[in-house]
Design a protein. Structure first.
Length: 114
C-alpha cells in the first residue's frame, strides 16, 4: 500500500499537511536570510561569514517558496501578488522626494565594524 493510500485510510489530509508544511518552511527561509545578513554585517565568530550574494540568494529562495505556497492555495500567484502590491502601494504612497535613488542590484552593502 502506498503512503498516500495509507494516509487516506487513516483519515490524514495529505494536501492540507503539504500546504501547511509549505507555509511553515517560509519561516525557515526567512531565518536563513536573517542569519546570513547578520553574518554579512557583523561576521560570525565560529566560522566563515556570509556575503551579500548569499543574503540575496536566501531572500530569492524564500520569495520563490512563497510563490509556490501561494500557487497551492490561490492557483495564480502572480495575480494575487499583484493585487496585494496594489493595496500596499495605496497604503504607502510615498512622494517622489521620499523615494531613494535606485541602486544597482549587484551593489554591495558595506559591512559595519564591530
Amino acid at each position: 500500500m502506498a503512503v498516500r493510500e495509507m494516509d487516506r485510510a487513516l483519515g490524514i489530509d495529505t494536501e492540507l499537511d503539504s500546504r501547511t508544511l509549505q507555509v511553515a518552511t517560509l519561516s525557515q527561509g526567512v531565518l536563513r536570510a536573517v542569519v546570513a545578513a547578520r553574518c554579512a554585517i557583523r561576521g560570525y565568530e565560529r566560522g566563515p561569514t556570509n556575503t551579500w550574494d548569499e543574503v540575496r540568494t536566501a531572500l530569492c529562495d524564500t520569495a520563490v517558496h512563497t510563490l509556490v505556497a501561494l500557487h497551492g492555495i490561490a492557483g495564480d500567484p502572480a495575480r494575487v501578488f499583484a493585487e496585494r502590491l496594489e493595496v500596499l502601494a495605496l497604503q504607502v504612497e510615498p512622494s517622489v522626494s521620499d523615494v531613494p535613488p535606485r541602486s544597482s542590484p549587484h551593489q554591495t552593502v558595506p559591512s559595519t565594524s564591530r
